[in-house]
Design a protein around this ligand. Sequence first.
Ligand SMILES: [Zn+2]
Length: 254
Amino acid sequence: MSNAYILSDMTWLEAKDAFAKAELAIVPIGAFEQHGPFMTFEVDTVRAYGFGKLLAERLYPRVILAPPITFGISHHHMKFPGTITLEHDTFHAVIRDIVRSLMAHGMNQFFLVNGHGGNNPALEEMIVRLRHELGIKIAVSHPTTMGNEVTKNRPKAALGIHCGEGETSQAMYLAPHVVHPERIVPGAVRGYPYKNLSKSSGIVYPSTWDELTENGALGDATEASAELGKQIIDAALLKASEFLVDFMDKNAKT
Ligand SMILES: [Zn+2]
């Protein structure tokens, strides 16, 4: 029964029952940003929500799935027409307000499912603040990172995350309507804008995507497939569900 754990499918009557049974709320967080010439703006949101649905299905009735947050931190994509970003303060405030609303319905454990790498620094700061300010149990997850053992030996997957093989495969599996497979091209990568800059160089510079790539894509998704996407998502689901069972079991005893 799909509406047994998906809050968006419920009336308040079903929600009353679901909150009475649930121990934890899953909150998917995406973005509305350009994804190269072959994927639409909502890729990160539909991946986070799609993953959240599969995770909630496994853990029902112990969890409830909140609607997705459809905007994120996307300043670095603003040179590409159509991207919409939240300011950091707004992003923090939206998450805090959603958490506090779910707390009002009895939730004190939260699992954020993040579909957009650009949200990571803000979310990792946010969960520390929320844990200590509100006294809740909260963790954030990145399905792409949780599933990266599947792609680690695929040379094209290592080239880049944004519009790369892993992300595109996940989108093909979870939400094929956001992908135009016939338009897939490798990222027209420019490289880092300054000397000695890289992911692991020890120097942090907030590059914008127009500095890094001409067509908005990094990596190479030409061998992406729904089958690969399923493998990545299944690996991430296993890790997330094992973590959450342990998380909820141990928190139930404290
Ligand atoms: Zn993305």
